[in-house]
Structures are given as C-alpha cells and as structure tokens.
Design a protein around this ligand. Sequence first.
Ligand code: SF4
Ligand code: SF4
Length: 253
Amino acid sequence: MKADEDKCIACKRCFPYCPMGRIHTFKRHDKIPGRVFIEIDQDACTDCGMCLRANICPVNALHQPEDPWPREVRRILSNPFIEFAGSQVPGRGTEEMKTNDVKGTFLPGEVGIGIELGRPGVGAYFRDVEIIAMALMGADIGYQLAMENPVTHFMSDKTTGKLRDDVLDEKATSAIIEGKCKLEKLPEALAVLKEAAKKVNTVFSVEVITKVSPEGNIPIKPVLEKLGFWYSINSKNNMGLGLPAFNFYGGGK
Ligand code: SF4
Ligand code: SF4
C-alpha cells in the first residue's frame, strides 16, 4: 500500500485500520519544511487493503500498486477479496474443514492439522512459514499437505515443505499450513510444533480438525487434555446446500 504524499494531509484516520500498526507520521524538510507526511513501512505492510477498504481517507491518498511477483503474494494471502486461483476461495485456506460433512476429507481416525501463523496483529514472513512446514514434513508422522492451499502452492518441494526462495522475504497478515495425519500421530505432531515455535519470529495457533463420532465424542479431546494443551472447541460447517452427506461409516458417498 502506498500513500500519495502530494495528497496526504497526515490526518491519521487510516492509522487504526492497519492490523500491522505500521503507518507512521514523519517530517520531510526537502519539499515543504516542517510539513508532516505519513510513511507506510513497505517491509511490514502486507498489502491487506484494510486501510483502503475502510474508505476513510478524506483526500483519496491511499492506493494499492499492482506490484509484480513476488510482492504480489502479500495481496493473495492477506486481502480476503482476492481469490487464490488454486482453491477458488478468497483468503488464506481451503474450505475442506468446513465442508467435511459432504467431502469426507477428514475420516474417523484422522486429524486435520492447520497452523495459522501471524495472527493477531503480528504477520508472518514466509521464511517462518517454511520453518514450520519443513518441521512437520520432516517428522515421521505421515503429514499429508492440502494441495489446494495457497502455502502448499508456494512450495518448491512438497515432500519437504520447502518454499520457493523468491517468496521467503514476503509477508502475510496470516498464512495457514494445512494438512492431515492419523489421530495417533497427533501428540508427535504437536511436540514437533512446540519445538519449531522456538525458531520462528511470529506467533501461531494450531487448528486440530476431527470428525465427531455419532455418539457425540470428540476424539482429540482426551489427547489434548492428556498433553496439557489449552484448547477451544469450535465448529465450522458448510452444510453443502443439497449435496449428499458423506457416508463416513459406510464407505464413502
Ligand atoms: S495495506 Fe494493510 S498492512 Fe498495509 S498499510 Fe494498509 S492496513 Fe496496513
Ligand atoms: S487517511 Fe489519507 S490523508 Fe489521512 S493520513 Fe491516511 S492517507 Fe493521509
């Protein structure tokens, strides 16, 4: 995101809309001595478009340049109004966890593991995303990546989790690594993530996705409780709008 310095009157109205908190005022003396301008930290800005969409600039000074690759990756991951061509979904992840009832992506005995880096308010450089992805893929847990996910798409080696070198210095408001493994590998996966957390310069949360049994049991609960992890039970459902439900206990559709 850029602010046109000839238009900007440094009113600061856009400041609170920046989730990265990286719009600042500063003084320039070369053009008009004493005049205050704003500066958007281009390294920290994720091109999420929040400041522009807020539509609060009284002089229309904000504008989003069509920066070429690799900076373009910031917009793809951070601006929810831009659709990622791989998943056909605007935003950072796939819809698999919400559509499990009709797609059967996560079968009984399996867990989806999504790692959401950068939220809230920190952002994540892809070099940190790579550290987490490579830690998971390097562990002997049979982690299978979600192929339609944007982060998977930016991997140069999908067997190791290595990302393309040209995106490593790019940053997103948040990025989600998505995949699944067997339920019995969940403790090992969480141990790997705990260790990898020491090596990244951002925050992340872990989403563990599971099929609730017909009796209403949540298979991951005892595992998380035994390991002492804090968790919050959430449900995300896209009911499929007429699509037949996946027959989890009768061999599929
Ligand atoms: S595009 Fe997003 S990150 Fe960049 S300055 Fe605007 S609100 Fe902040
Ligand atoms: S809202 Fe517009 S005029 Fe005010 S500081 Fe932001 S870019 Fe400048």
